[in-house]
Design a protein around this ligand. Structure first.
Ligand SMILES: Cc1ncc(COP(=O)(O)O)c(C=O)c1O
Length: 291
């Protein structure tokens, strides 16, 4: 079992996939990535690669990579498209492109069982007029990294970033939802969020399974403080309850009812166990893994 890469059109152990030190993307952040979950279902002994076709179209390549890795635990699949020319000079034109995929293991990113403590970041979320926030563009993640480390150094688990005009945008690597007045609310795409696939999944599960519509609207910082419930969503984070923001308990300070229901529904679909959502599942069987 080992981390594996598809690099320069070949499969290889990750330790053999190397790029030159002058690679454009390394210096200027000129790359974009995806993050895809391969959830290992130990009961069914298979992976459910979740909503792969909504992330990208390279299903067969990804299947082969997961098979070659030999893992039988949750994996994280990281495709990266990048400017590969080994040259100095800030631009996007007249550069070569390349593409790679890495498969590695996925330790828990946030504490989904006990919930997380957050702060409002002193850093503001990058605006659409600066770098398109809809994409996972590598350079943009310096913004996320500044916010995450500031939060961590101040003793919090995660940061919540506001927009330039002070509305709630999202976490450093997650979308955010709140329950306020019994309504499920999440910031709109116009507030510089990444339009997450987990966000979309939760909105669909809330609608289909609980009959709850999600309101996409601008959210004030102080609405977070008076919310009954709050949680993050993301491929790495899954559904992570937020129990405290800026030292203020959210609701009862415990995992809320709606959050718990959505966590349960999400746990089923991410393992490919609810047949109603079979379009979301790309199953890799153990036979293929050991073949
Ligand atoms: C900045 C940011 N927001 C939100 C998300 C959640 O998106 P998804 O649910 O597609 O993983 C991510 C995931 O990497 C992210 O990096």
């Amino acid at each position: 079992m080992s981390d594996y890469a598809f690099f320069r059109k070949q499969f290889m152990p990750l330790s053999e996939a190397k790029i030159g030190v002058l690679t454009h993307a390394l210096h200027y952040g000129t790359a974009c990535f995806e993050g895809i979950r391969g959830n290992w279902d130990s009961k069914q002994e298979r992976f459910c690669i979740f909503r792969i076709q909504d992330h990208y179209k390279l299903c067969q390549l990804t299947r082969e990579l997961v098979e070659r890795s030999g893992y039988q635990e949750d994996v994280y699949i990281r495709p990266l498209a990048y400017k590969s020319s080994e040259t100095v000079g800030v631009r996007l034109h007249n550069l070569e492109d390349d593409f790679l995929i890495v498969v590695t293991t996925l330790p828990p990113y946030l504490d989904t069982e006990n919930g997380v403590r957050c702060c409002t970041s002193s850093w503001r979320r990058v605006d659409d007029t600066m770098i398109p926030p809809r994409g996972k563009i590598c350079g943009i993640y310096v913004n996320s990294a500044l916010a995450k480390t500031e939060a961590w150094e101040n003793g919090f688990d995660e940061a919540i970033l506001l927009t330039q005009d002070g509305h709630v945008s999202e976490g450093s690597g997650e979308n955010i939802f709140l329950v306020l007045g019994g309504k499920l609310i999440t910031p709109p795409s116009s507030d510089n969020i990444l339009l997450g696939i987990t966000r979309d999944t939760i909105m669909k599960l809330a609608k289909n399974e609980l009959g709850i519509d999600t309101v996409e609207r601008q959210v004030d910082r102080s609405e977070l403080y008076v919310a009954e419930e709050c949680f993050f969503t993301g491929t790495a984070a899954n559904v992570a309850p937020i129990l405290e923001i800026d030292h203020r308990p959210i609701g009862t300070g415990k995992i809320g009812k709606m959050t718990a229901k959505l966590q349960k529904l999400f746990a089923e679909v991410m393992l490919g166990r609810n047949p109603k959502y079979s379009d979301w599942y790309y199953l890799v069987s153990p036979k293929a893994v050991t073949a």
